[in-house]
Design a protein around this ligand. Sequence first.
Ligand code: HEM
Length: 403
Amino acid sequence: MSTPTTTPAERPTFPIGRQCPYRPSADYAAFRAEGPLSRVRLYDGREAWLVTGHTEARALLADRRLSINARADGFPALSAEMAELANTGYTDVLIGVDPPVHTRQRAMLIPSFSVRRMNALRPAIQDIVDQRIDAMVAAGPPADLVAEFALPVPSMAVCVLLGVPYEDRVAFAGPARELFDADPDRAAAAMAALTDYFGRLIAAKEREPGTGLLDDLIADQVREGRLSRDELILYAMLMLIAGQDTTANVISLGSLALLEHPDQFAKLRADPALVTGAVEEIMRYVSLVEAISRVALADIEIAGYRIRAGEGVLIGAAAANFTTALVPTPEEFDVTRSPRHHLGFGFGIHQCIGQNLARIELELTFRTLTQRLPGLRLAVPAEEVRSNTTGPMERLTALLVTW
Ligand code: HEM
C-alpha cells in the first residue's frame, strides 16, 4: 500500500489558496508529484484525502462507496459556513443525498433540464445578455462587470428556468445570500424567509400555472402526489443558489482570464465559432469549484492507497483539471481547444444538472461580450482586482472594465 509522504504534523492545509483569482494554485503540481492521493488538514484541524490525479478523481466520483451526506461524521467541509449548510435543510435534496433517494429526486428533474428544453431558453438568455450590455453601454465606461453583468445574467436566467418573476428578486436575493451566513440564527432566518417566499409562489402557481421548472414539477409530481410542497420548496432553493453564484463567478473569473490574455480574447473576437469550445477551456482553466467533498462508507483501495470507511475525501477538481491526462499543455490558457473531460461540473451521479444551462449562459456571454465590446479591457491594474474564497469557490468582489 502507498502511504502519504507527509507526517501528520506536516500536513498542508486545504484550501491551499489560488495563484491569482482566475487560476488555481501552482502548488497542486507538488501534490501530484507526491502521488494521486495526498493527506491535507482542514480548517477545523481534521484530516482528509486530497485526490489530484484525473483518473482517480473520476473513478472516485463514480464510486458508490463514497457518500455526499454532509451530516455524516468525517464529511470534509471546507469552512465553518459550509459545515453549517448541512443544518439548514439545503442539502436534503440532490446535493446532500445518496441513492436511492437521490436517484428518485434526480429522475424527477431530468426532463426539465434536457438539451431541447435548455435550447428553448436560448432566445430569452440572449435577450438578458443583450439588455445588460445595452445598459452598460448606455451608462458609459467604466463599469463593474460583476455588478452590472456577471451577477444579473445568471440570476435572471435562473428565474426564467424556474418560472419565477425577476421582480421578486428583492424577496429572495438577500435571504439566498444569508443562507450561507456563519451566524446560525441569520442562516435559520434566511431559510424561513425563503420557505415563506417559495410557499407563496407555489400556491400562486397552483392557482394560475405558468411555464417553468416549478410549473412542470407542480403538474407532473405534486398533483400526482409524488412530491410534497415542502420538498418542492427545497428544489427551488437549491436551483436558485446552485445556479446563480456558480455561473456568476465563472463569468467574472473567465472575463478576467480573457482580459489578462488579450491574444485569447482577440481569437474569440475574430472567430465567434470558437466560443462553444472555449467555454470548456474557460471552465477547466478557471476551475471554480476547487474540490468536491465526499466521505467513505467502506474501505476503498485505489492506486495503491487505502481510504478507510469514515474518512473524508476531497476530489481535487482544480488539480485534476491541470493534468496532461486532459490537455497536453495544462498550464496554458488556449481558447482554441475544447477539453471535454474537465471536472468543472463534477462527474458521476451528482454531475451538475444545470450544466447545459450554464454552458448556454457562458457561450452567449463570451460571444456577445467579445462581439459587442471588442475593445473591452481592465480599467484598473489586475493586482487591484479583489476576490474572496467561500468554501470551495472563488468570487470576484468587483471587476472594473472599460471599452
Ligand atoms: C458554471 C456554472 C456552474 C458550475 C461551475 C457548477 C458546478 C457544479 C458541480 C461541480 C457540481 C457537482 C457537485 C458534487 O458532485 O458534489 C454541481 C452540481 C449541481 N449543480 Fe451546478 N454548476 C453550475 C451551474 C449550475 C446551474 C445553472 C444550475 C441550475 C440551474 C446548477 C444546479 C446544480 C445542482 C442542482 C447540482 C446537484 C446535482 C446532484 O446532486 O445531482 N448548477 N454543479
